[in-house]
Design a binder for this molecule. Sequence first.
Ligand code: UD1
Length: 428
Amino acid sequence: MENFVINGGHELFGDVNISGAKNAAVAIIPAAILANDVVRIENIPKISDVSLIIKILDCMGASVKMINSDTIEIDSKALQNKSVPYELASHFRASYYLIGAMLGRFKNAEVAMPGGCDFGTRPIDLHIKGFKMLGADVDIVNGMVCAKAEKLVGASIYMDNVSVGATINVMLAAVLARGLTVIENAAKEPHIVDLANFLNSMGADVRGAGTDVIKIRGAEKLHGCTYSIIPDQIEAGTYMVAAAACGGDVLVKNVIPKHLESISAKLIEAGAEVIEYDDAVRVTRYKALNKCNVKTMPHPGFPTDMQPQMAVLLSVANGTSLLSESVWDNRFQYVGQLTRMGANIQVDGKLAVIDGVDELTGVKVKATDLRAGAAMIIAGLIANGETVIEDIKYIDRGYEDVVRKFAALGADIKRAEITEADNMVNAG
Ligand code: UD1
């Protein structure tokens, strides 16, 4: 087992290169099987969620080759219509994209209910509603989602909630359905647009992605293509918040600044300076941090996946900030870890009231989920003394080379193997 060990108190200076977007990659890789052909995907992030989805495709008979460090080639001609078992699907949320992709390709899918970070209830009713409206029978049998259809036929589908996953899953099933599918109240996240561009590169006809109405005209078949994944909005936002929280001057490179506008706006309100370039943003902060109120919303609002990182910054800002979570029921589990470091945060349902303190103190904390883990890194970077982060497997799910990237900015962070002796001491 490994931990991260951080000695805090250093400002951050230098450049950091952002990898391909996790949430785009975990949708685009399963989408590749819709082509029954060879698809080359570039700018793949080296994270464990991507390794898992590749492993699943491999187990199902696709051939996945590494072309270079961030490019893969998927040949899904030999892919079999197999079920995806719990052991593979339960590790991450995005395994449910195999339902839409398999249903599109084989008109039949059997995938175990997905796992992923625990933010309270994470229903998939809208995914199921969408598949049913396209003509599939969907049942949940012994923890497996079983969807099958004689044929899929386009339909008009209104999403009762703005859901990234349901929008993507319906897009995957609809590209090979007969006729026109209209998704109303669709999610507008950057990775929805990226997936639409990818599907269109394979010969699909998807229009309106990035607005709340997406129209998909079903194609007979799709073909192979070469496609490059967009940069990761949340990884970029994490380094931006870290730079503002620690102070210093950081150029966050290989980004789409438009995707970062809500994060930039809040950092400026909190006292940082953010300068946008064509494909980079520079974050500097030399004066004290101010309180500011943040509410998470679907895109283009402030991303829920940046909420824990922002909480850390606000925990050392002057004054009282209100942080309100409007996407998930229960996304403040990490607050207990932060208060152990000295933060003063009261949580009431979906609202956190954060009274800024002068400093945090390094202690042993846990990454309770992926973004909470990123928040613990930022907390460790600003804290006095040594912070040890346990359960870093969550962080490895979504951040490529996080130790190397932060260390290159001047952070004192390392990955440490926990020995038997450490475990004994901890147990004692
Ligand atoms: C995706 C992201 C996740 C992010 C979230 C919101 C991936 C792999 N994960 O998760 O990091 O936090 O978007 O930006 O891309 N809902 C329903 N019924 C459904 C589906 C969702 O009611 O069938 C509700 C959820 O309970 C939640 C809201 O819709 O309150 C948003 O969920 P959704 O956008 O679907 O999140 P994910 O796609 O799971």
